[in-house]
Ligand binder design. Structure first.
Ligand SMILES: Nc1ncnc2c1ncn2[C@@H]1O[C@H](COP(=O)(O)OP(=O)(O)O)[C@@H](O)[C@H]1O
Ligand SMILES: [Mg+2]
Length: 323
């Protein structure tokens, strides 16, 4: 049976990405399904449409350089030969180090004045990793860039599912952390007021307020359907489908609605026994995808005989991603 009869959606491409309000487009999914390929390809498409585009990788295993066949790094760099397209590989660890260096005094001050810890405890608390904080700082870099407004579209090639989810749900977690810190501060403030009659807000209070505002900014951007879209990428295989289902439902519960799904690596032809067998297995999975993701607009991308690396192959894939 030809694939078209299973997926009525063949013929549809990704839509809505040119909407003026849409700033942030994230591609997410299991490792190896084609997130980087889709992000690069979407970058080429939107740049060609006349938008100033920045493709950003938050995957610690950056592969935009491989995909676009040009070396990129931690500074924004234009893609050679392509007008309006630039790339940035965010180094979350570096962003965190910068953040710590800038805010060390304030954080220690909060710990110092708000708890009964001695200096050694405070020093070790400060160096203790808060899970996901490095990625959050990476995300802060993105939000700052969007605020600066140097580009019209920011496309994010995210790390595989677990990482990406942790990043997206982190603002909520960190908010809790700030609340606890705030409570400690409040106790301290109460004591100071009781004994000295007045309390003057210091850098510790400023810091908590700045953090709180940053988290709100990130959260409201991610949950704003007009400004942000998360596109799931999967392949017609059991584990990838299950992981995509979890990803979509977790995002949903966090308030991020996924509307479009790219199904990559779909076999379209092939007469050998191996291809027929693979094709049959894929047909079953494509049916499953149709049932399990019935609310999503699905875009089918064929499996190319070779890796999709470099501008020309990406431009070919682009013709299927955007019709
Ligand atoms: N439709 C396709 N046909 C053939 N090869 C593909 C296709 N999509 C992606 N690839 C290749 O598969 C590999 C993994 O893709 P990539 O985009 O890096 O995945 P991810 O970012 O999700 O880990 C890359 O080598 C890429 O060139
Ligand atoms: Mg990748």
């Amino acid at each position: 049976m030809p694939i078209d009869t299973v997926m009525q959606t063949r013929g549809a491409g990704l839509t809505g990405l040119t909407a003026a309000a849409l700033k942030l487009i994230l591609f997410g999914g299991k490792g190896g399904v084609g997130k980087t390929t889709c992000a690069s390809s979407a970058g080429l498409y939107l740049a060609k449409e006349g938008f100033r585009v920045l493709v950003i990788s938050t995957d610690p295993a950056h592969s935009l350089s491989d995909s676009l066949a040009q070396k990129f790094g931690a500074e924004i760099q234009e893609v050679k030969g392509i007008k309006n397209l630039s790339v940035l590989e965010v180094n979350a660890q570096k962003a965190l180090s910068r953040f710590k260096a800038c805010n060390e005094e304030q954080i220690k001050k909060i710990l110092n004045t708000s708890t009964y810890l001695d200096q050694q405890d405070i020093d070790s608390l400060f160096t203790l990793p808060i899970p996901g904080i490095d990625e959050l700082m990476g995300f802060k870099t993105i939000v700052d860039l969007i605020d600066e407004g140097g580009f019209d579209k920011y496309i994010v090639d995210t790390a595989p599912t677990g990482h990406a989810l942790r990043l997206l749900t982190l603002p909520g977690l960190l908010d809790e952390w700030i609340k606890v810190m705030g409570k400690m501060r409040w106790k301290y403030r109460y004591m100071v007021e009781t004994f000295s009659g007045r309390y003057k807000e210091d850098e510790g209070d400023d810091f908590l307020l700045i953090m709180k505002k940053m988290i709100k900014r990130i959260e409201s951007l991610l949950k704003d359907q007009n400004r942000c879209e998360f596109i799931a990428v999967t392949i017609p295989e059991d584990m990838a489908i299950s992981e995509t289902e979890r990803l979509v439902s977790e995002l949903q519960s966090y308030g991020i609605k996924v509307k479009q799904l790219v199904v990559n690596n779909v076999l379209e032809s092939g007469d050998c026994g191996f291809c027929r067998e693979r094709g049959r297995a894929q047909q079953d999975y494509l049916k499953q995808i149709k049932n399990r993701f019935s609310a999503l607009q699905t875009v089918i991308i064929p499996l190319w005989p070779r890796e999709v690396k470099g501008i020309v192959p990406l431009n070919n894939l682009k013709k299927r991603l955007f019709l």
